[in-house]
Structure formats: C-alpha cells, structure tokens
Design a protein around this ligand. Sequence first.
Ligand code: ZN
Ligand code: FE
Length: 255
Amino acid sequence: MPVIIHTYPCLSDNYGYLLHDQATGATAAIDAPDKNAMLEALELRGWNLTDIFVTHHHFDHTDAIVPLKKQFDIKVSGPAAEADKIAGLDVKLSDNDTVELGQTQLKVIATPGHTLGHICFFDSDNKNLFSGDALFSLGCGRMFEGTPGPMWDGLKRLRELPDETLVHCGHEYSAANAAFALSIDPRNNALTTRAQNITLLRRNHQATVPFVLGEDKRANPFLRADKPDIAQAMHLMGAAPQTIFAAVRKAKDDF
Ligand code: ZN
Ligand code: FE
C-alpha cells in the first residue's frame, strides 16, 4: 500500500518529512530538525508519531529528538556509526539494514562523506529516497568528515536506484546548486532545463523537492563525475572519477 509523505519547511532552509504508512497508521519523521514545525504538521494531518529515522548527527537533523521522546512513545533509528553523537537513539542501523514502518520497508544505504556515518533511506515499493544531506537537487552535501572515494561510491549507489525515484532531501539548496552546476557544465540541456524549472519554482516561493532522480542523474555534476564533460571542465581528462568528484566538490566549496 502506498505511503503518504508530508513535507514541511523549517529552520532557515531545512525540509522535514513525515512518512505515513496507510495500512497501519504508523508515522515516521525523517530527521527531527524542528519540534514545533513537526508538531504542527502532525496535527494538520492528524497523525500519531511512532518513529524517527535519522540520517546523520548534525543538529539541524537531530535537535528535536530528545524533546519529542519526552512527549511521544517513539522509536528512534539512526546510523550505528554515529550512535555516540545522537542522543535518544534506540536502534542502530548499518548499511543494507531494513527499517519497518508498519507494512512499509525502507532500505538503509550508507552514504559517508558529509558525515562519516551518514545514511539514506530508500522505499523501493514506492520509489522514495530520503537522502538527508548526502544528495541534493543538482548538488551533494559538503564533505565535512569523509574522503572523496567513499563519498563518490555512496553517490554512485544512489545513482543506481531507478530513474523514477523521487528524492526527498534535507535542504532547499537547488537554486545555488544550479548556479554552480551551470558554471561548469553550461552546455548540458538536461541541466539548463532543470535550472529554469528551479528558477520558476523559487520565484513563486515553491519547494523544489521532491525531485526526480533520473533527471538529476543527467544534470547533477556530482553524479556525473565519471563523464567526459565533467572531467574536461575540471581539466582532469583521464583522472579517476573520485579525483574528479573531489575537484568538483572543492570547486563548489570555493564558488
Ligand atoms: Zn548536515
Ligand atoms: Fe543539514
């Protein structure tokens, strides 16, 4: 049975997500950025929070966990590798584990780099990816803790997911990401089309999430680090994809 996803903007540019299993009524929050914003969303929908699935330890994804646990009887599941940094964690998750929300199952995919233990959640039945700060529309997370090789490998695994997958990411960064992407890959038609759509949406103060993974595969320079166009733009023809990925990441940091 399908799940219903409720998206709520919060903090300065975060997105929080509620995932509602229609068969059982079980409701998970993907990350817990902002307690009041989440409570409003729950009340609007009339849902009862049962779970929190955590992508990584940063405060803008975990701050509300402990306050919410005082108020609800909830189970908090998140990355085993960051267990010491996430207060209130009940279930430690590793790569390829499965979390259950009623009758809905989500697969855990390790995507280290933004943080060392970062994980994403993929619902293969409904083709929804919750990518936290690993993958953004036309971008990826800043490499705060990891190294380029494993980060590139994690993004490649996301790239292997079906084209029709809808990606629900942790921040509204699309406009800035589009500006950078166009600066290095200006002749990519898939990218210019995406960038135009983003401009229109943002002009109307609309969210650019979720986005379609298949479109991002053709337009996001971080998912195209092994393509000749990106190598050429980085003046790294013939270099290993992870080296090119690292150069793109550095160029974005300096953009
Ligand atoms: Zn983060
Ligand atoms: Fe974040």
